[in-house]
Design a protein around this ligand. Structure first.
Ligand code: RP5
Length: 164
């Protein structure tokens, strides 16, 4: 199975990125995680992206906050699909990172998830890998069924309590 490459702009993004890691581990999907900044270590971020396809990665996740250029910088250096996670920071509640990540120029796409949306970033990465992996696809179907069951159980509990 191809690996998911995860890169974050700072170790301070790890609490968000951990949700993506946990999701990939729950699906038994191989990954590699790095701290490379588009601004502080641009060469390392570029090289990771440039070599990713040859090194067995199938999809990339890039998480960054503030002037969040990391996902775009990764996307500029690979034809692998890149998923961007805008991370919330103190001053602008993540809107800065959201706009910096999502507003890519035509030709270099970044699939941007919600602010701090690391679980969905991992799920989207898994969905991309599942296009060519039926076992992974079945795990996704099973998870969707379990999620739906949990919602219906909550509906039953709440309707029993309030709909009298
Ligand atoms: C971004 O700046 C990082 O992705 C992080 O979200 C933010 C703050 O970084 P630190 O100052 O905490 O290292 O580049």
């Amino acid at each position: 199975m191809k690996k998911v490459g995860i890169v974050m702009g700072s170790a301070s993004d790890m609490p968000v990125v951990k949700k993506a890691i946990d999701t990939l581990e729950a699906f038994d999907v191989p990954y590699e995680v790095h701290v490379y900044s588009a601004h502080r270590t641009p060469e390392q971020a570029r090289d990771f992206a440039r070599n990713a396809r040859a090194e067995g990665f199938g999809v990339m996740i890039a998480a960054a906050g503030m002037a969040a250029h990391l996902a775009g910088a990764v996307a500029a250096n690979t034809i692998l699909p890149v998923i961007g996670i805008p991370c919330k920071s103190t001053n602008l509640d993540g809107l800065d990172a959201l706009l910096a990540t999502v507003q890519m120029p035509s030709g270099i796409p970044v699939a941007t998830v919600a602010i701090d949306g690391a679980t969905n970033a991992a799920l989207l990465a898994i969905q991309i890998l599942a296009l060519s992996d039926d076992t992974l696809a079945q795990r996704l179907i099973t998870k969707r069924e379990a999620d739906a069951k949990a919602v219906l159980e909550n509906d039953a509990r709440i309707t029993a309590e309030y709909n009298k």
